[in-house]
Design a protein around this ligand. Structure first.
Ligand code: ATP
Length: 263
């Protein structure tokens, strides 16, 4: 989405989010907006609060204060099942797959199609194959055991599983951290494919080049606070790096403010 289009209601709006773990304040007054079909990069140093913010969005963690709106409606997800019902899927760094099961079984884990008392294997594998083809991901066979696949292909299975829920928002936590160059390229293509299908995405990554390859906007957190937000088309990796290193909540600009200042 370009900054010049008239903006619809954000699909996700997090406002004034606070979260502490005992004496550690992980998030203090954090705001985040995500628009339909937008790809947002979420960056910041270690312990900036990125994963915590996303886990609050999915209901894996509970916020202390603040609000989360989906399609403009206030939500209080108690767990990731409830956020999934609202169309939000998170893909974790460790993929959360069962290595000793095959690709088809993993894609439909916990909800294998049934015919009477039996698993309807034919439907399960043909549906799994459809999801993989829709994503144009590169997994040879739905019958392969997941532990025999490369890291990149395991990740494709994790994404296919997420997509099979037909989400409107997909969150990817450090998706390229353990991938080869080729697998990273494939993942970025998959993200663009998802974008074509109108799926909004948040990608947490330390690799700015990946965010610049697929992102529309990048948001920077530092020590649990917003320190800046930029449209990818109006910034550079150097500028974002500088915000990561020396941004402060006091000099934080929104992406729109940054464009207005530069004009
Ligand atoms: N379950 C938890 N229990 C206690 N402290 C936690 C927990 N989860 C996160 N924290 C703390 O909250 C702060 C933010 O951590 P978080 O993992 O959200 O940062 P991050 O930006 O995702 O970092 P990284 O890039 O290193 O993964 C850190 O100080 C971390 O130690």
């Amino acid at each position: 989405m370009s900054e010049t289009t008239v903006k619809p209601t954000p699909i996700i709006q997090m406002q004034g989010i606070h979260k502490s773990f005992g004496a550690v304040q992980a998030l203090g007054d954090v705001n985040l907006k995500l628009y339909p079909g937008e790809v947002l990069g979420l960056v910041g140093d270690n312990s900036a609060g990125k994963s915590t913010l996303m886990k609050i969005l999915t209901g894996a963690y509970h916020r202390d204060t603040g609000s989360v709106l989906v399609d403009g409606k206030a939500t209080h997800f108690r767990n990731p099942h409830e956020s999934r019902d609202s169309g939000i899927e998170m893909i974790y760094q460790d993929f959360a797959l069962c290595g000793n099961m095959d690709v088809g079984q993993n894609i439909f884990l916990g909800r294998w199609p049934r015919r009477g008392p039996f698993v309807d294997r034919k439907t399960m594998y043909s549906e799994a194959d459809k999801v993989l083809k829709r994503l144009k991901v590169d997994v040879n066979s739905v019958f392969q055991r997941v532990e025999s696949l490369s890291g990149g292909r395991q990740q494709s299975v994790a994404i296919a599983r997420a997509i099979s829920f037909d989400p409107r928002v997909v969150i990817l936590d450090e998706p390229t951290a353990n991938l080869s160059v080729m697998a990273t390229e494939r993942l970025l293509e998959t993200m663009l494919e998802l974008k074509k299908h109108g799926v909004a995405q948040i990608i947490i990554s330390h690799r700015l080049q990946d965010i610049f390859a697929v992102g529309d906007r990048v948001m920077v957190l530092k020590r649990g606070e917003n320190v800046g937000d930029r449209f990818i088309a109006h910034t550079t990796e150097q500028e974002v790096l500088q915000i990561i290193v020396s941004g402060t909540p006091e000099n934080a600009l929104t992406a729109e403010q940054a464009v207005a200042e530069a004009a």
